[in-house]
Design a binder for this molecule. Structure first.
Ligand SMILES: [Ca+2]
Ligand SMILES: [Ca+2]
Length: 178
């Protein structure tokens, strides 16, 4: 996603956005507040799993909320994802179909078989129409990245095959932040 970098806006702009998202004026953005703020454009609530992943990434104090100090990074992250999503939504349908996902994954450097791409679409297709919404696209990319990084730690010769013991597998899975 590195090539979808938007410039950081002014502190005034961020404070204005932060104040509107922080509906209860607690000074922190909760998962519920973030979920309300992020619109899918599809009249469906933003995937709570994606919200949780994003709060977790920018919650420096481990409180389950994001402070104004960390909000700039979160704002930039979401905005970069929007740019990324729009660039792969070639037909401007507001969602990502199978072919658009395939192009995105190839661009990100993944080499996956057709059946794996089918499986990824099925897993993230909430409407049952073979398409992926913005929030599910983010979740899909984060999870794929996390799983691939975990695999690569064991795949030291990078041949795409690993041999691990049962307890190594457990420790790998339990340490994943997904
Ligand atoms: Ca709040
Ligand atoms: Ca599309």
């Amino acid at each position: 996603m590195a090539h979808f970098s938007s410039p950081m806006p002014s502190r005034e702009f961020l404070w204005d956005v932060f104040s509107r998202v922080d509906r209860d004026r607690s000074g922190y953005i909760s998962a519920e507040e973030l979920q309300v703020a992020l619109s899918n454009g599809s009249w469906t609530p933003f995937n709570p799993e994606t919200v949780r992943l994003m709060i977790g990434m920018f919650d420096k104090q481990n409180r389950g909320t994001v402070s104004f100090e960390d909000f700039g990074a979160l704002w930039k992250y979401v905005t970069d994802w929007q740019g990324c999503f729009r660039s792969f939504d070639r037909d401007n349908s507001g969602n990502i179909d199978r072919n658009e996902l395939k192009t995105a994954l190839i661009t990100f450097g993944y080499r996956l078989s057709e059946s794996t791409i089918d499986m990824i679409v099925r897993k993230h297709d909430r409407s049952g129409r073979g398409i992926i919404f913005f929030d599910d696209f983010i979740q899909c990319c984060i999870v794929l990245y996390t799983l691939t990084s975990a695999f690569r730690q064991y795949d030291t010769d990078q041949d795409g095959v690993i041999t691990i013991h049962y307890e190594q597998f457990l420790s790998m899975v339990f340490s994943l932040k997904i």
